[in-house]
Design a protein around this ligand. Structure first.
Ligand code: SF4
Ligand code: SF4
Ligand code: SF4
Length: 318
């Protein structure tokens, strides 16, 4: 804070809340390092579990909510945030799309509780969660299924550069800059036609450092994924798993989805048949759709039949 700045100068007040999540999105704010001082010059932080111990929800200008709606507590906390904040930001892929908790929608809540508590070999016999544990809701949903959201900021977690841009934009009263680029847009690997004829698992072989993963037979979700991360994974030898969520093209076109986008591109770059790639992505759909399957934008597409894909994969396995 500059020496001239006083408490009353900081007219922007900030509440934050985490719902069902891993807390990584809030830790990402701490990753602003010294830049957080610039933010603090103009913002007064109030309810913010990772930074303060304020339990109630004071009135605030901006509300940051991370995490999916999985429990009744999540719903109540989200509603308290909406009631207390002028503007709500869905912060991170869990809040925007349901995130990794969304995979729970493939199982009944009772079965999840059995797997974690009563029938878990490492904890049984166990009576189950205590009454203090908030009950699970029937399905996991993104934040906007429960409260109105004003701004979406996907990313798992959003990159600190984009967090800084978003916070400073809001303090300055402008709309944050958000590109529509895919992860491929920033990746420096070269897409090149090859004679590769089979799909490789990430643990197989040693990928070339310069060549696009798709050209080498590794599934990389970069072309179907929004760049909210500065593309670190492919630049560091790891295929993109799509954690920032799908591109607008995938989200907005009913008959396009992650698997067809990737399969078309990979089939053009290799000698692997398109159908084999689609089948492989369907077989491992829990992995390839793990960040977005709870959102209606993906989950209600006519082409998204994850239960059928997984049943087919199980039948093939038998
Ligand atoms: S979006 Fe990713 S980093 Fe953020 S809370 Fe969810 S799992 Fe954690
Ligand atoms: S598909 Fe993956 S490896 Fe290929 S250019 Fe895109 S991000 Fe890079
Ligand atoms: S998995 Fe993809 S979207 Fe997620 S951080 Fe890595 S490159 Fe970005």
């Amino acid at each position: 804070m500059s020496p001239q700045t006083t408490e009353t100068d900081r007219t922007i007040t900030l509440n934050a809340e985490w719902l069902s999540d891993c807390s990584g999105c809030h830790v990402a704010i701490v990753d602003l390092h010294e830049k957080i001082l610039a933010v603090l010059q103009s913002v007064r932080i109030q309810h913010f579990p990772v930074l303060t111990d304020i339990k109630d929800y004071p009135k605030a200008t901006i509300g940051i909510v991370s995490g999916a709606i999985r429990t009744e507590h999540d719903r109540q906390a989200a509603e308290a945030m909406r009631a207390s904040c002028d503007l709500i930001i869905a912060w991170g892929s869990c809040a925007v799309y349901g995130g990794i908790s969304g995979a729970g929608n493939l199982h009944a809540p009772e079965d999840l509780l059995k797997a974690v508590y009563t029938e878990n070999k490492t904890t049984s016999p166990h009576p189950g969660p205590s009454r203090e544990v908030s009950p699970l809701r029937p399905v996991v949903t993104p934040l906007d299924q429960v409260i109105d959201v004003d701004l979406y900021m996907p990313g798992c977690a959003p990159h600190p550069t984009l967090i800084f841009e978003a916070l400073t934009a809001l303090v300055e009263g402008r709309t944050p800059i958000a590109t529509q680029e895919s992860v491929c847009g920033r990746c420096t690997r070269t897409m090149q036609k090859t004679e590769v004829d089979c799909i490789r698992r990430p643990s197989e072989g040693l990928p070339d450092r310069e060549l696009c993963f798709l050209s080498q037979g590794y599934l990389c979700m970069g072309s179907a994924t929004l760049d909210r991360c500065m593309s670190p994974c492919p630049q560091n030898g790891i295929p993109c798993s799509g954690c920032a969520g799908a591109t607008m093209r995938v989200l907005t076109e009913p008959n396009r989805d992650i698997r067809t986008e990737i399969a078309e591109r990979m089939a053009r770059l290799t000698s692997i048949p398109r159908e084999a790639i689609v089948k492989e992505i369907e077989r491992n759909a829990k992995t390839h759709y793990s960040y977005t399957m709870a959102t209606a934008m993906i989950g209600e597409k006519p082409t998204f039949l994850i239960r059928q894909w997984l049943a087919d994969a199980e039948a093939d396995h038998d």
